[in-house]
Write a protein that binds this ligand. Structure first.
Ligand code: AMP
Ligand code: MG
Length: 411
């Protein structure tokens, strides 16, 4: 059977970035930049003072211990100086203001003295005057035409700020992919319905919608399809209008597991069915191409923890790539097991777990879990550990790969 690594490589080979669009800078947070951007001007755009103090030229430092200079101008941030500094004069200057011509030193105000009899003069210790002190040269952070950001970068607050600094009020980003979610099953009832014999509430749909939202995608609910050809084919048709179609349930070997045949009938090409993992073994994956659009179709096994784990292992990395991100798919962090653990069966287990950091070390504690239908156990977990009988039995302190779920935050 296909390994998780091979299955993921196949999924990623089919996941291609969506087209781009331009959005206002204020709407660009967490979006993925679609083009390489060069700096359109120097940063800083002018020589500037880093201190409140006095702009001077180091040529003013003669053999006197205290240098007395005439103050010819006061420059605050935003002003443009009109006078140059000379060996005889200084300019009072504020942080962020443009340096006067000839200035190669700013002496902080705390280091100077004033002469009460000559208020238009300042007295500066010679030791406070040295070249390039307390100033920032034009272009010293970035020269015009150097690389600012590369395509595929997700825009966090610091990148948003850099875009603002360089006047990028309109930002080319990849379109947010749309993800249709179709739950399948005769037994499913909505969350606001009372339980009746044999029925269970549809928890996969809100889970998958939430997972898609944490990827920055646009989730679209297609409701529940009963296990009938008519309802499944209608739901699938609607789902194929989107970048990604997630179905939950109906991909195993039951008599009403009609999803693979209905996907085939809708023209979706099966790429694989079945992955060597627990939970999630019946995972189905295929693609459908029409005109310029490719829809990735995931038939997720209906058991809630199978759906959850398959999303994290396959759908999240696929959405990252479709969204244009070039960030690496995390291969798992190495965490120390808090307790011994015996793996049942031969398939690699993606075990719900609590991942935490203690004294700079990543620790992982498997939660008590009764398998793929035990959703309740996952509310305690914030991620999963990969445990396999090939490497076990495990003892406390063993290093195992772990992944955070969702946006990867601890706690
Ligand atoms: P299936 O993959 O359709 O055979 O479903 C496997 C198990 O998952 C069954 O016990 C289903 O009742 C359950 N299941 C399927 N879909 C959902 C859903 N949307 N929400 C919660 N449980 C589900
Ligand atoms: Mg079913």
């Amino acid at each position: 059977m296909l390994s998780v690594i091979d299955a993921l490589a196949i999924v990623l080979s089919k996941a291609l970035p969506v087209i781009s669009e331009s959005v206002a800078l204020t709407a660009a947070l967490n979006r993925v930049l679609a083009v390489d951007l060069l700096t359109p001007h120097d940063s800083p755009p002018f020589h500037k003072s880093l201190m409140d103090g006095f702009a001077v030229t180091t040529s003013a430092a003669d053999d006197q211990e205290m240098i007395r200079l005439a103050v010819v101008e006061t420059i605050t941030a935003g002003m443009v100086p009109s006078k140059a500094v000379t060996t005889k004069n200084a300019v009072r200057i504020m942080t962020g203001a443009t340096l006067p011509a000839n200035c190669d030193c700013v002496v902080p105000i705390e280091q100077v003295q004033f002469d009460e009899d000559a208020p238009d003069h300042v007295v500066i210790p010679r030791d406070s005057i040295f070249a390039e002190a307390n100033l920032m040269r034009q272009g010293s952070a970035a020269r015009k035409g150097t690389q600012l950001l590369t395509a595929g970068t997700q825009l966090h607050p610091q990148q948003i700020a850099a875009l603002a600094e360089f006047g990028q009020s309109c930002v080319p980003v990849y379109r947010r992919p749309t993800v249709a979610v179709l739950a399948t099953g005769d037994e499913l009832i909505a969350c606001d319905q009372p339980l009746r014999p044999g029925a269970i509430r549809n928890s996969n749909e809100p889970m998958l919608m939430s997972q898609a939202a944490t990827c920055g995608a646009c989730p679209v609910s297609l409701g529940v399809a009963r296990d009938t050809v008519a309802e499944l084919s209608l739901g699938i048709q609607q789902g194929l209008e989107h970048d990604v179609l997630l179905l939950s349930g109906g991909v195993s070997a039951g008599t009403l597991d009609l999803v693979p045949q209905q996907l085939a009938a809708a023209g979706v090409e099966q790429i694989f069915h079945g992955v060597n993992m627990k939970p999630g073994k019946p995972l189905w994956f295929g693609t459908r191409h029409r005109e310029s659009r490719t829809t990735l179709v995931f038939g997720l096994p209906g058991n809630p923890v199978s759906s959850l784990v398959c999303f994290e292992l396959f759908v999240r990395p696929a959405l990252r790539k479709i969204s244009g991100s070039t960030s690496q798919n995390p291969s798992g962090l190495a965490a120390r097991l808090s307790q011994s653990f015996a793996v049942k069966g031969s398939r690699p287990v993606y075990q719900p777990a609590v991942i935490s950091i203690h004294d700079g070390q990543i620790l992982v504690r498997p939660v008590a879990w009764n398998g793929s239908s035990d959703l309740k156990a996952t509310v305690e977990a914030n991620g999963m550990a990969l445990l396999s009988s090939a490497h076990g039995p495990y003892t406390a302190g063993d290093l195992v790969p772990v992944w955070f779920w969702g946006d990867g935050r601890i706690g």
